[in-house]
Design a protein around this ligand. Structure first.
Ligand SMILES: Cc1cc2nc3c(=O)[nH]c(=O)nc-3n(C[C@H](O)[C@H](O)[C@H](O)COP(=O)(O)O)c2cc1C
Length: 228
């Protein structure tokens, strides 16, 4: 629609009427956002168009409020209790920030469906047993990389890193195993709020935020429609 058409409101009125019925999010928000978040995530996985459907921007902050953000892969979305799980180096910048200030915000963008999902909550390390179990499922090279990389630290040279990986691979062959290094493992974001956003024409996007009201396994939530 061009600016010259503003004197004829007919087409705009028609488009706005269509918009009223065009919901990706249910018109009445569900009481619990987790099944819908999981449905969006499964939809992104099923499209198969991009390998990193589970990539999310993870924001952390120092105790005095300096934020930082990076992509990590979300390895699980859990519904009872509501949580996200990702794995990283505990001594990395994010790991150190989370130890000092255990709160995070995470953001998924699923462009194929014009959707984004925001999650916020308190963060705790997963158990050693859980990290061990996940570590064992990782490809050999990723396990070696996790052992030798001092993530977020200055690197002498990439040759030095590859040489360290070679040495680690040789020891692994002799020992027949690569145990998880203590500096690597999972974090669980205990979800306190979820916001689902779905694009609509004319920037009149659909947006609902759920805030968790209780701390039990299947919490109650308050849902609020937000202006886009
Ligand atoms: C698609 C993608 C997936 C990534 N997945 C992870 C991940 O699961 N865990 C991780 O520690 N870093 C992952 N990274 C690397 C991080 O973005 C980041 O560079 C690294 O964790 C260091 O961040 P930090 O210095 O802020 O701690 C990924 C990067 C990309 C682009």
């Amino acid at each position: 629609m061009t600016t010259t058409q503003v004197n004829n409101p007919g087409p705009v009125a028609r488009m706005l009427t269509e918009l009223l019925g065009a919901h990706d999010l249910p018109a009445e928000p569900p009481r619990d956002p987790m099944p819908l978040l999981l449905e969006w995530w499964e939809d992104a996985r099923a499209r198969g168009g991009y390998a990193d459907f589970n990539a999310m921007t993870l924001a952390t902050a120092t105790p005095d409020g300096f934020p930082s953000a990076r992509i990590v892969l979300c390895k699980a979305i859990e519904t009872t209790p509501p949580a996200l799980v990702f794995y990283t180096n505990y001594e990395s910048r994010k790991g150190r920030e989370l130890d000092a200030n255990p709160r995070a915000a995470a953001l998924f963008h699923w462009p194929h469906a014009k959707r984004q999902a925001r999650v916020e909550g308190a963060v705790r390390r997963v158990s050693d047993a859980e990290s061990d179990a996940y570590f064992r499922t990782r490809p050999l090279l990723s396990r070696i990389g996790a052992c030798v990389s001092r993530q977020s630290e200055p690197l002498e040279s990439s040759q030095a890193l590859v040489a360290a990986a070679m040495r680690r691979a040789r020891t692994a062959m002799l020992e027949g195993d690569i145990p998880r290094p203590a500096h690597w493992g999972g974090f669980r974001v205990h979800i306190e709020s979820v916001e689902l956003w779905s694009a609509r024409e004319g920037r009149l996007h659909d947006r609902v935020r759920w805030t968790r009201l209780s701390d039990d396994e299947t919490p109650t939530w308050r849902a609020v429609h937000l202006s886009a």
